[in-house]
Design a protein around this ligand. Structure first.
Ligand code: LHQ
Length: 265
């Protein structure tokens, strides 16, 4: 029987999603993109899951699209293929499921993150990288543009100048440089990466989920908004969260000098 292309484990109140094609550095297939999207939707809707940790099996995190997949063969049987179809039907739904995930997402970048694999990492809420990880867009070498959200995410994270250098020259970026540039939140020694990322996911799981997810939404929305609309959007979100149990619990816990027990989802 073929190996599953993703693995899902549950630990306490977090879910761990592992990309599982280590022989191809976890390069994406169309099936795998569907499975990741479905897992993000399903786990995000599960009240027992309060954070999702995404990582890769083996020495790589994800090498982007599997270039040997017939789906992207440039000229299969002499007939040109529209790769925009793969993007519309597989990559975009996965990128949106990540953006809209109902729980916070943590990425443990355990090795190379290339092409859309780098986009997957950048789309997570908290990104920790092994000191052995490298980041490379790679699209320039195959005559394509950065996709799966990279044109939106990368310049916002590292600024236009560095994003252009990475996209046009396509050089590898070390994890240390990725941290200096703000592409990842933290670089951790390889052997400590999983533990550090899991501890972060467990911490997120103990916090008020809805407020964390609203923070992601507002940070993203504010990127394309003027200052005053951002202030008003904050007010609307705060108004909603103010009616939620996590707010009364957080304030009560503070006043009573006890740890809070957040349970809204
Ligand atoms: C791979 C891959 C791979 C298959 C390593 N596919 N096997 C969306 C829609 C439509 C079209 C196109 O794309 C997209 C989105 C995208 O993501 S496009 C970008 C696709 N990705 C790339 O261009 C990266 C290609 N890979 C590489 O440049 C290197 O493999 C990196 C820098 C990732 C790692 O280099 P190394 O550490 O030196 O490893 P390696 O090259 O020796 O790879 C190890 C194995 O993994 C090898 O197989 P083998 O049987 O020889 O051991 C590679 O063929 C396989 N592999 N990436 N994307």
């Amino acid at each position: 029987m073929a190996e599953p292309q993703i693995l899902i484990e549950r630990e306490e109140n977090i879910a761990i999603l592992r990309l599982n094609r280590p022989q191809a550095l976890n390069a994406f297939t169309a099936d795998m993109l569907v499975q990741i999207r479905e897992a993000l939707d399903r786990l995000g809707a599960d009240v027992g899951v309060r954070a999702i940790l995404i990582t890769g099996e083996g020495r790589g995190f994800c090498a982007g699209q599997d270039l040997s997949d017939p789906f992207v063969a440039p000229n299969p049987g002499g007939k040109p293929k529209d790769i925009g179809h793969l993007i519309d039907h597989y990559y975009i739904p996965m990128a949106l499921a990540l953006r809209d995930c109902r729980v916070p997402t943590v990425c443990a970048v355990n090795g190379v993150a290339a092409g859309a694999g780098m986009s997957l990492a950048m789309g997570c809420d908290l990104v920790y990288a092994s000191d052995a990880a490298v980041f490379v867009l790679g699209f320039n070498k195959i005559g394509l543009i950065p996709d799966c959200g990279a044109t939106w995410l990368l310049p916002r994270l590292v600024g236009r100048a560095k994003a252009m250098e990475m996209a046009l020259l396509g050089d590898k970026l070390s994890a240390t440089d990725a941290e200096l540039l703000g592409l990842v939140a933290r670089t951790v020694q390889a052997e400590q990466l999983f533990g550090a990322a899991k501890a972060a996911a467990l911490r997120l799981a103990s916090l008020p989920t809805r407020a964390l997810v609203e923070t992601r939404r507002l940070f993203d929305a504010a990127q394309r908004s003027e200052f005053e609309p951002a202030l008003r959007a904050e007010s609307r979100a705060q108004s909603q969260l103010g009616f939620a149990h996590d707010y009364s619990e957080g304030v009560a816990a503070f006043m009573q000098k006890r740890p809070p027990q957040f349970d809204d989802r």
